[in-house]
Write a protein that binds this ligand. Structure first.
Ligand SMILES: CC(C)(COP(=O)(O)OP(=O)(O)OC[C@H]1O[C@@H](n2cnc3c(N)ncnc32)[C@H](O)[C@@H]1OP(=O)(O)O)[C@@H](O)C(=O)NCCC(=O)NCCS
Length: 159
């Protein structure tokens, strides 16, 4: 199926994001609310918010999205804040396509690389595997970062 991409964010996307992120079954309520707050920041403050969005659509339906933005005081380094593929569309290469699209969009803005942070906990092994399979390189691990025994893994993907 053809995948198209859209970078404009509309108010209706708030609920699409909530539904998609919830559908993954991966995030708790605070995290789900946080994903919508990033969209609110963008809707309220525009590019000044520092958050950019890209939506993947199939047959006019949003099936995945990513949120990213430049890291202040760096020259061309970006953070990937969020990436999610609707439960119904996972395992079909969409997550990889979104990672590639983010890289393309960042490159078009003169960016050099993006960073992704995640937990070292066992629960996040699938997420870390996904980043690695999509070309992310583990560049640092901060032990006990989130809590004792729960470190931060930082991946980097270069344009
Ligand atoms: C992580 C996520 C974005 C992956 O999207 P997807 O469309 O299912 O992934 P793809 O089909 O593009 O897979 C790309 C590669 O990652 C691997 N991969 C994807 N999900 C995986 C999993 N759960 N476990 C192991 N490997 C996985 C695939 O095998 C594939 O590798 P290959 O092509 O070399 O075989 C999606 O599963 C998701 O939204 N998960 C919940 C949210 C999340 O974890 N977000 C990241 C933290 S913000």
């Amino acid at each position: 199926m053809a995948t198209t991409y859209r970078t404009e964010l509309t108010p209706a996307d708030r609920e699409r994001i909530r539904a998609m992120v919830s559908s993954t079954g991966f995030f708790n309520q605070i995290e789900i609310d946080c994903s919508v707050e990033l969209a609110d920041d963008r809707l309220n403050d525009g590019p000044e918010s520092g958050y950019s969005f890209v939506f993947a659509e199939e047959d006019g339906r949003v099936v995945g999205y990513a949120c990213y933005g430049p890291i202040a005081l760096t020259l061309g380094s970006y953070d990937l804040y969020w990436i999610a593929v609707d439960k119904s569309a996972q395992g079909q290469g969409l997550g990889r396509k979104l990672m590639d699209k983010v890289l393309e969009l960042i490159g078009a803005e003169g960016g050099r690389q993006f960073y992704i942070e995640t937990s070292t906990r066992e629960q996040y092994l699938p997420t870390r595997t996904f980043y690695e399979r999509c070309g992310g390189r583990l560049v640092a691990t901060l032990e006990d970062f989130y809590s004792p025994g729960d470190g931060k893994a930082i991946y980097c993907k270069k344009v």
